[in-house]
Design a protein around this ligand. Sequence first.
Ligand SMILES: NC(=O)c1ccc[n+]([C@@H]2O[C@H](COP(=O)([O-])OP(=O)(O)OC[C@H]3O[C@@H](n4cnc5c(N)ncnc54)[C@H](OP(=O)(O)O)[C@@H]3O)[C@@H](O)[C@H]2O)c1
Length: 264
Amino acid sequence: MMARRTLDGARIIITGASSGIGLALAKQLGKQGSRLLVTARREERLRQLSDAISKAGKVTRPITVAGDITNLEVQKQIIETAERDMGGLDILVNNAGMGSLGLFLNATPERLRRVLEVNFIAPVELTRKAIPLLRKGHNGLIVNVGSVLGHRAVPGKSEYCASKFALHGFSDSLRCELAIEGIDVLLVSPSTTSSEFFDQVMTTSPSGKSSLRNAMSPEKVARRTMRAMQRGQHELILSTGGKLLVWIDRLCPPLAHRLVTRFG
Ligand SMILES: NC(=O)c1ccc[n+]([C@@H]2O[C@H](COP(=O)([O-])OP(=O)(O)OC[C@H]3O[C@@H](n4cnc5c(N)ncnc54)[C@H](OP(=O)(O)O)[C@@H]3O)[C@@H](O)[C@H]2O)c1
């Protein structure tokens, strides 16, 4: 397929850029010549990333904004900084996210609220604030990093699945609304990826963290995401296992239910 969008020189915000998928994506986009604003809570990590990108390539030094993405003031600061220091915005990557693990019946209302705030409300509100800038940018694009679990839910991760289903629904709806304005929406749905995600998970499960067997590297997720951005794809489902699960669920939901209840 022909490239529809060039990333060289594109002005891009990446949330959750201090580790994992966001970090890998920032490095690869930096190499490609994109102009970046990177954000997360860990300021020192962002500074190191910005140093590494500006040393490695031809790009201007990435801008850093440190803060909690659920904070409305931080969201405002991110957008205002993009406008002031990059002169606008072409692509918003909503990647920051967190996990939850453990049976719903053992979970707390606080965990539900936190997971929904970080994984759903924050990217939606950042998107709301970014749209006026994207309208003035070139070939606008919103990339939402969801999950395979936003297509087919599994037990023990009810709040996480709900947050990613919500992001999936929002992405599909917004894509239709923005089509007339020439702004694309890409939903990226990784499977298990070897990142710090499993260290940060809010868990009540005695068995603790998930297995990283067969995990994909964040670099591979980033490469595939960049290709999907260039091609103007609407959806990217990572990994053969992930695709299989999604397609079994679409074609035969009762079978998906039986498999997930037994092995999920
Ligand atoms: N790893 C997987 O198996 C997997 C599978 C499917 C989907 N995903 C999705 O992929 C995305 C990236 O995850 P990852 O695997 O790269 O995990 P990760 O290494 O833990 O990275 C998560 C990023 O989000 C940031 N973040 C988390 N909470 C934040 C908050 N309240 N405010 C600001 N930034 C926050 C973290 O930075 P700070 O801690 O510095 O704030 C970090 O940069 C997430 O949306 C996740 O749901 C991951």
